[in-house]
Write a protein that binds this ligand. Structure first.
Ligand code: UT7
Length: 322
């Protein structure tokens, strides 16, 4: 039996933290009080001009590779979850493979499921590892959402930040690792969170900026994050009370609190980074995972539920034993 275990984590946040008051002083009609009360966000990071998702992914990946104690040449599968790729193609995963200097001909591709992207990517990598086709996957969530924000729309531009998180998912004989996964989408809700712009015949048509119906997203997120947490636990044959840590997509502290209440998980078991990172889309779950792994909260044997929800609409969860 082949198990897929997380054996290393890493993350990267570009530049200095930018506070809510910094945004207000840059001319956005907002306040620290409004943003903190409605979302729990106090800081976020923005990548400097010229820095792309693959650059952030590179830093996070180097850390993950070092923490796994492996040679990068053993990575035979790279999956990058991003909605803000460096270019339309090649994939950010292929660019990352090059930047890491990996020349072993392993597979590399991107997954696009917006804020659920990392959960989709991890569940995908697990299938490759458990099938025996690949032995060592680098799974990354990397985003530069600052590039798709409309700075004139205060209802969205204060919510997001840039960053990257990565894990090494390796084949192992030791039982544990990924215990269950559940992925879902309902494309009929495609219009409540989107970047509708298209590149066509040398022109960009439609808006290149993120658009969102915040209240519709809020309600949807609480419902599906709750449901998928229960589903992943049931698939793994454990109870909700057996989960040691929950790492939800970090969109809004009120979504995290409402979901935890709905499922009956105490907030003490929920890893929260939304205050310091803002919403980093596909990067938020692996960023929070790396933080909690490094500060010692996640320990060997712990069962950790990673879950996401995002544009599409997509949602999903992966339950992992460390
Ligand atoms: O990965 C998924 C990402 N999406 C999310 O996490 C979104 C989930 N939704 C939310 O977090 C909330 O819906 C928001 C935080 C986005 C908005 O909170 P809300 O309670 O739904 O506010 P609202 O959009 O109904 O706006 C209330 C008021 C409006 O003013 P009026 O019309 O009442 O005078 C807005 O213009 O707040 C105003 N407003 C702001 N004021 C100060 C909107 N954005 C801001 C702002 N600063 N940044």
């Amino acid at each position: 039996m082949i198990y897929a275990r997380i054996v290393g984590t890493g993350s990267h946040l570009p530049g200095d933290p930018v506070s809510n008051s910094d945004l207000a002083s840059r001319g956005i009609e907002t306040s620290d009080e409004w943003i903190a009360d409605r979302t729990g966000i106090r800081f976020r990071h923005f990548a400097a001009k010229g820095i792309g998702s693959s650059d952030l992914a590179l830093e996070a990946s180097r850390q993950a590779i070092a923490s796994a104690g492996i040679d990068s040449a053993t990575v035979d599968l790279i999956i990058v979850a991003t909605s803000t790729p460096d270019v339309i193609f090649p994939s950010t995963a292929a660019l990352l493979q090059d930047k890491l200097g990996i020349r072993n001909g392993g597979a590399a591709f991107d997954v696009q499921a917006v804020c659920t992207g990392f959960v989709y990517a991890l569940a995908t990598a697990e299938k490759f590892i458990r099938s025996g086709s690949h032995r060592c996957a680098l799974v990354v969530g990397a985003e530069v959402f600052s590039r798709i924000l409309d700075w004139k729309d205060r209802g969205t531009c204060v919510l997001f930040g840039d960053g990257a998180g990565a894990v090494i998912l390796a084949a192992s004989d030791l039982s544990g690792g990924v215990l269950s996964s559940a992925l879902h989408a309902d494309g009929s809700h495609n219009n409540i969170l989107s970047v509708p712009g298209q590149v066509s015949s040398g022109r960009v048509t439609g808006s290149p900026f993120l658009q969102m119906d915040g209240q519709a997203v809020f309600k949807f997120a609480v419902r599906v994050l709750g449901d998928v947490a229960v589903e992943a636990a049931e698939l793994a044959g454990i109870g909700i009370a057996d989960i040691d840590w929950v790492i939800p997509h970090q969109a809004n502290i009120r979504i995290l609190q409402a979901t935890a209440r709905r499922v009956g998980i105490p907030m003490e078991k929920v890893i929260v980074t939304v205050d310091k990172h803002g919403n980093t889309s596909a990067a938020s779950v692996p960023l929070a995972l790396d933080l909690a792994a490094r500060d010692g909260r996640i320990r060997p044997g712990h069962k950790v539920l990673l879950e996401g929800v995002g544009g599409g609409f997509t949602w999903g969860a992966v339950l992992v034993e460390f």
